[in-house]
Design a protein around this ligand. Structure first.
Ligand code: GLC
Length: 576
C-alpha cells in the first residue's frame, strides 16, 4: 500500500470507518486491531460506594457484600438492591466517552458475583427490571448507543460465583425451603438461561467476558461456550472462561507485563484502584499513565481494557472522563501508533519509552524526552530508510547515525508533544532487534529480575493485593543463599559512571554487592522495607562501550526475606 494511503486508512480507522468495522468485523478483529477497550463495572454495589453503616471499606467495590469486605447478609443485600435507581445513567454519554477515549468496544457487567442482573432477565427475578423502580433496561440502551457510534459491545458475566443464588459458587448452600442446593441447580436455573439471554437479546456481541471460573467443572463451561457460539458466532470468549477454553489469555487483574507475551491476550486495568465506584477512590491514572500502560500492552503484543466505575446514580466520575478524554485526544493525533500495530522486537520497554510496529515501520513513543536532543536506540538490526518526528499531521525528517550498534537520532531539545512524542522510523525490511538489555547513556534504565540468570537463589513471579482486590505483580529474586547471584547481560554505549540503585523488599538492614565481571565491585548496607522500595548502592564504572555481565548478590542480613525486583542505572553527567 502506498504510504500516504496507509496514513489515510489509519486516520479513518481512528474515525469513521470504525462504524463499518464494528458491524462487519471478523471474530476477534476489534480485539486484535483495536487494541483498546472500555470495561465497566456497575451494579447495585455502586450505590454503597464502599460505605456500609457509616464505615468505609477499602478495596474493590463490587465485592462489598463479601465476608472479606463488609460481609452483608444475602437478604440484606437483596433488599438494598431494590433501591437501585440510576436516574442519571446516560448510555450515549458513556459510549461517546469510550469513543472519545479512542476505545473500540465496551464490555459491561451484566451480572457480577453479587448475582444481580443489570438487564431484564426472564429466568431470574433478581434483576434491575423486576426489583427496582428503574423502568429501563440500561444494557439495551448501552448496546444501542454502541451500535450508533460504531463501537463493539459485549458482556461481563460471572458464570461461577453467584453469592445470592442457591448453589452458585460462594452462594447460599440451601434454597428458600432449606433444601441443599447444588451448583447444577444454579447452572440450570440461572446461569445457562441468562447466558442464552445476554447472547440473544442485545444484537451483535463482540465478546463474552466470563470471570473467576474457580473449580467449575469443564462440562459446564463447554455448555456455556456452545451457547455463545450458537447465538454469537463472531463473539470471542474471555480467557477466564476456565479450563483453557477461552479464545485468548486474560492476564491477572491490573497486570501490564514487562516482557512480550506470545499469542492473543489482554490486560485488564482500571482508571483508579477499584473496579466499581468507591466514594474515596480518587487515585486516577493520569493521561500519560494511561498511554504508557496502553502502549506497553500493545508493544508487548496484547490488548488493553481499561475500566470505569459509574456511580450508583449512573453518572461517570468526572476525573475518569477527563483523563480518558485527554489520552484519547492524543490517540486521535497518533492513531497509527495504537491501532493495528504489533509487538516490539525489543521484547521490553526501552528507558525513554516503547516501540509498536506496523509492517516495516516502527513507532517510537517517547515518554521521557532526552534533554540533549539525542535519542539512543540499541540493537536495531534492520537498515533504516527514513526517520521523522510526528506532530499530528506534520512530520519533520530526523537525521541519525550508527555508533557501536546503537542508532542515535538527532531530535530537538524540546519535545514536540507535551504528553508523548512519536518518532516514526521506516525500515528497509522486517523489523529485527537485539533484545539484550541496554543501558541508556542519558536516561535512567531499570532492568527487571525476570531478565536475570539466577544461581543459588530463586526467580519467581509474585503477586499480592495492595488493598483488597488491588493486584500488584512483580518478578523477583528471593530465597537468597550465601552464593546467590542474579546476573544480567547488558549492552553499554557510553563509558562513564552510573549510579546503581536496587529496588527490593526485606527485613532489617541488608548488604548488597554489585559486580561487573572482570571489572568493578561495589557493596553497601541499606535498610529495607516490607514493601518494594528503591535504595542507592553506589557508583559503578563501565570503562568502554560493549557487552558486560553485571551481577547482584545479597551479602549480609536476613537473606531469607530479601526479595529483589530490579536494578537501576542512572548516568552521572557533567563529570570527566
Ligand atoms: C476479579 C474480581 C472482580 C473483577 C475482575 C476484573 O476477578 O473478582 O471483582 O470483576 O477481577 O478483572
Amino acid at each position: 500500500m502506498h504510504e500516504d494511503n496507509g496514513r489515510e486508512m489509519d486516520a479513518l480507522w481512528g474515525e469513521d470507518v470504525i462504524a463499518l468495522r464494528a458491524e462487519n468485523a471478523e471474530r476477534g478483529q476489534l480485539f486484535n486491531d483495536g487494541n483498546y477497550a472500555m470495561f465497566i463495572h456497575w451494579g447495585p454495589y455502586a450505590q454503597l460506594a464502599n460505605k456500609v453503616d457509616g464505615k468505609t471499606y477499602y478495596g474493590i467495590g463490587e465485592w462489598i457484600m463479601n465476608p472479606r469486605m463488609a460481609n452483608i447478609p444475602v437478604e440484606e443485600y437483596m433488599e438494598m438492591a431494590k433501591t437501585f435507581n440510576p436516574v442519571n445513567f446516560d448510555a450515549t454519554e458513556i459510549a461517546q466517552l469510550a469513543k472519545d477515549a479512542g476505545m473500540k468496544y465496551i464490555i459491561i457487567t451484566s451480572k457480577h458475583h453479587d448475582g444481580f442482573a443489570m438487564y431484564r432477565s426472564a429466568c431470574n427475578d433478581f434483576n434491575i427490571g423486576a426489583v427496582t423502580q428503574f423502568n429501563r433496561d440500561p444494557m439495551k440502551e448501552l448496546a444501542g448507543a454502541c451500535k450508533e457510534l460504531g463501537l463493539g459491545f459485549g458482556f461481563y458475566y460471572s458464570h461461577n460465583q453467584d453469592w445470592t443464588f442457591p448453589g452458585g459458587a460462594n452462594g447460599p448452600g440451601t434454597d428458600a425451603d432449606g433444601n441443599p442446593a447444588t451448583f447444577d441447580d444454579y447452572f440450570v436455573k440461572k446461569c445457562l438461561p441468562q447466558v442464552e439471554e445476554i447472547t440473544s437479546q442485545y444484537g451483535p456481541i463482540e465478546l463474552i467476558w466470563f470471570d473467576t471460573p474457580g473449580q467449575m467443572p469443564k462440562k459446564y463451561i463447554e455448555q456455556l461456550i456452545e451457547v455463545v457460539r450458537k447465538n454469537q458466532p463472531n463473539a470471542l470468549v474471555s480467557g477466564r472462561a476456565g479450563h483453557g477454553l477461552g479464545d485468548y489469555k486474560t492476564l491477572g487483574d491490573m497486570d501490564v507485563p514487562t516482557t512480550n507475551v506470545e499469542g492473543m491476550w489482554e490486560s485488564v486495568d482500571t482508571t483508579n484502584d477499584s473496579w466499581a465506584f468507591a466514594w474515596y477512590d480518587e487515585y486516577w491514572k493520569t493521561p500519560g499513565e494511561i498511554l504508557r500502560r496502553l502502549i506497553s500492552c500493545v508493544a508487548r503484543g496484547g490488548t488493553y481494557m481499561l475500566n470505569i466505575g459509574p456511580r450508583g446514580d449512573g453518572s461517570i466520575p468526572e476525573r475518569a472522563a477527563r483523563t480518558l478524554r485527554a489520552a484519547g485526544e492524543w490517540i486521535k493525533r497518533y492513531p497509527q501508533v495504537v491501532y493495528g500495530t504489533d509487538a516490539s522486537p525489543w521484547q521490553q520497554a526501552l528507558p525513554w519509552g516503547d516501540v509498536t510496529v506496523k509492517d516495516n515501520t516502527l513507532f517510537l513513543s517517547i515518554f521521557n524526552w532526552p534533554a540533549s536532543g539525542t535519542l539512543y536506540l540499541p540493537g536495531l538490526k534492520t537498515e533504516i530508510e527514513s526517520a521523522s518526528l510526528l506532530d499530528g499531521d506534520r512530520s519533520t525528517p530526523v537525521t541519525f547515525s550508527k555508533k557501536h550498534g546503537w542508532t542515535c537520532f538527532e531530535l530537538l531539545p524540546q519535545a514536540p508533544d507535551n504528553l508523548v512524542s512519536v518518532l516514526e522510523v521506516k525500515l528497509k525490511g522486517t523489523p529485527k532487534a537485539d533484545s539484550t538489555w541496554a543501558i541508556d547513556p542519558e536516561i535512567e534504565t531499570e532492568i527487571f529480575s525476570e531478565a536475570a540468570a539466577v544461581e543459588n537463589a530463586t526467580l519467581e513471579n509474585q503477586r499480592w493485593m495492595e488493598k483488597f482486590g488491588e493486584w500488584k505483580h512483580v518478578s523477583r529474586v528471593h530465597k537468597w543463599t550465601p552464593k546467590g547471584k542474579a546476573t544480567w547481560t547488558v549492552n553499554v554505549l557510553a563509558p562513564r559512571d552510573y549510579i546503581v540503585d536496587l529496588t527490593y523488599s526485606g527485613e532489617g538492614r541488608l548488604v548488597w554487592g554489585v559486580t561487573i565481571e572482570n571489572g568493578e565491585h561495589i557493596q553497601n548496607q541499606q535498610n529495607s522495607s516490607h514493601n518494594y522500595q528503591r535504595f542507592p548502592i553506589g557508583w559503578i564504572n563501565f570503562p568502554g562501550p560493549g557487552t558486560y555481565k553485571i551481577s547482584v548478590s545479597c551479602l549480609e542480613g536476613d537473606l531469607s526475606k530479601a526479595s529483589l525486583k530490579s536494578i537501576h542505572f542512572t548516568p552521572v553527567h557533567n563529570i570527566c
